[in-house]
Design a protein around this ligand. Structure first.
Ligand code: AMP
Ligand code: ZN
Ligand code: FE
Ligand code: FE
Length: 283
């Protein structure tokens, strides 16, 4: 029986990470992790490569994806575990999400141009290298051209809400997102609940209760942006609602230099959480 820790939230070059899917698998093996779920934003393009590398390295693998949903107060990201890459519902979902990016990204770049920065969509697309083009790629081009000194500075100055070139993208409702993950054969898990930006615990509870009514299966209790107190609070909440517990680092390679694969703010993600996910999926 495998006991060593797992990683259930990470990104590759298929979205906005800087390691190829097979490199993420190699890092997992080298770090002594026994299982990995790759959760790129809005795409399944990296899953096959990551799965093959994991099989070669003796790391158990689970398909994943991370998608955004509407939230009036902050960010809502939903992880989909065990989704089937061949699902037509999933293909429809990722197509819609990428269309939303393709509307938003040129608006951001257009505003940056108005602000006098020499940057083009072609440069951003080339830097991204795949079908998912996101703000970290725009940030990377701004760093490369010397307009800012770090990805973080690019977000603070231009790309984060309140920044000079911020534009939102169209999102699905949480009910739609959860239903589509379910129809794709997956389990929906609320990512990094701290980023919901709830103003108090009652609001957090109401939000989670609504998501559970919509079909939510789990809560990401361990994450690199959670304090130990927050992780304990989300653990109690998951247990109270009978939700699966998950965790991960949200590794993005050098796009998030302080985040290490397999580390969720100094905590490790227990193997049992991966086994329970797989059990629930019937895999
Ligand atoms: P997008 O999906 O294109 O809207 O970009 C959102 C992604 O940008 C998030 O998933 C993070 O990976 C990344 N991100 C958000 N804020 C920051 C930040 N301050 N520094 C670095 N990356 C960030
Ligand atoms: Zn990301
Ligand atoms: Fe996220
Ligand atoms: Fe993520």
């Amino acid at each position: 029986m495998k006991m060593s820790p797992v990683e259930l939230h990470c990104h590759s070059t298929a979205s906005d990470g800087t390691c190829a899917p097979s490199e993420v698998a190699e890092l997992a093996a080298r770090g002594g992790l026994s299982a990995l779920a790759l959760t790129d934003h809005d795409t399944t393009a990296g899953l096959a490569e990551c799965q093959q590398a994991c099989a070669r390295l003796g790391v158990d693998f689970l398909n994943g994806i991370e998608i955004s949903a509407e939230n009036p107060y902050g960010t809502m990201h939903l992880l989909g575990y065990g989704i089937s890459s061949a699902s037509p519902v999933l293909a429809d979902l990722t197509r819609r999400l990428i269309e939303g990016r393709n509307v938003r990204n040129p608006r951001i770049v257009g505003r940056l141009q108005e602000l006098g920065l020499a940057i083009s969509m072609e440069e951003v697309e080339q830097h991204a290298g795949g079908e998912v083009v996101g703000r970290p790629h725009i940030a990377g081009v701004l760093v490369k051209k010397g307009y800012v000194s770090s990805i973080n500075e690019a977000f603070n100055e231009y790309l984060a809400p309140g920044g000079k070139a911020y534009f939102d993208k169209e999102r699905l409702s949480s009910a739609q997102a959860i239903a589509m993950i379910g129809k794709s054969g997956g389990l929906a898990v609320l990512a990094h609940p701290v980023q919901l930006n709830c103003s108090n615990d009652a609001q957090l509870e109401t939000t989670v209760k609504n998501l559970v009514d919509q079909g939510l299966s789990g809560l990401e209790v361990l994450h690199s942006s959670h304090t130990a107190e927050e992780a304990a609070k989300y653990t109690r909440l998951a247990d109270r609602f009978g939700l699966l517990k998950t965790g991960g680092s949200d590794f993005h390679g050098s796009n998030k230099p302080n985040v290490q694969l397999g580390r969720a703010a100094n905590q490790l993600v227990p193997r049992a959480w991966f086994d329970r996910l797989r059990e629930r999926l019937g895999q």
